[in-house]
Design a protein around this ligand. Structure first.
Ligand code: DQA
Length: 141
C-alpha cells in the first residue's frame, strides 16, 4: 500500500471560516475525510498542519526517514517566501507535489512569486476541495 505525507502550512487550519469565497466552506478536516473517502482506503495518508515554518521544515526532514511514496504540500503563504522550506524539499528523493486550493495566478501579484515550487516535482492549483485527492491520485497511476 502506498504511503503519502500531506503537509499543510499556515492558516490552512482556518479553512471553513477563512475567506470561504476563495477557499470554500469546508474545514481541513472535512477535506481530509473527503480525500480518504474518494481514495477508498487504497492508500495510507498522514496529515500534518503547522503555522510554524520551522516545524514544517522538521517534518519535511523527517519524511526522508519514513518510507513515504510522495509528499503533498500546501505551504500556504510560505509558498511565496520560504527559502527554508524550499531547501528542505530539495533534500527529499521522493516526488513532491505542491498544491494550492486556489488558482494563485488569478489572485494578488505577490502570490505569483512561487518560491517553494522551484523544489517541487509538480504543482497544481485551483481545484478547491478536490486538490489533495487529485494530487495523490496522480501518484497512483
Ligand atoms: C494557498 C494560496 C496561498 O497564496 C495562501 O497564502 C494560502 C493558501 C491555497 O491553497 O490556495 O494560505 O496556498
Amino acid at each position: 500500500m502506498k504511503k503519502f505525507l500531506i503537509i499543510n502550512g499556515p492558516n490552512l487550519n482556518m479553512l471553513g471560516t477563512r475567506e470561504p469565497e476563495v477557499y470554500g466552506k469546508e474545514t481541513l478536516d472535512d477535506i481530509r475525510k473527503l480525500t480518504a473517502e474518494k481514495l477508498q482506503s487504497n492508500v495510507e495518508l498522514e496529515w500534518f498542519q503547522s503555522n510554524i515554518e520551522g516545524e514544517i521544515v522538521t517534518k519535511i526532514q523527517e519524511a526522508s526517514l519514513h518510507a513515504f511514496d510522495a509528499l503533498i504540500i500546501n505551504p500556504g503563504g510560505y509558498a511565496h517566501t520560504s527559502v527554508a522550506i524550499h531547501d528542505a524539499l530539495k533534500i527529499l528523493k521522493i516526488p513532491v507535489i505542491e498544491v494550492h486550493l486556489s488558482q494563485v495566478y488569478k489572485r494578488e501579484e505577490f502570490r505569483h512569486t512561487m518560491l517553494t515550487a522551484k523544489a517541487a516535482t509538480a504543482i497544481m492549483g485551483g481545484f478547491g476541495n478536490q486538490t489533495y485527492y487529485i494530487a495523490i491520485n496522480s501518484q497512483l497511476q
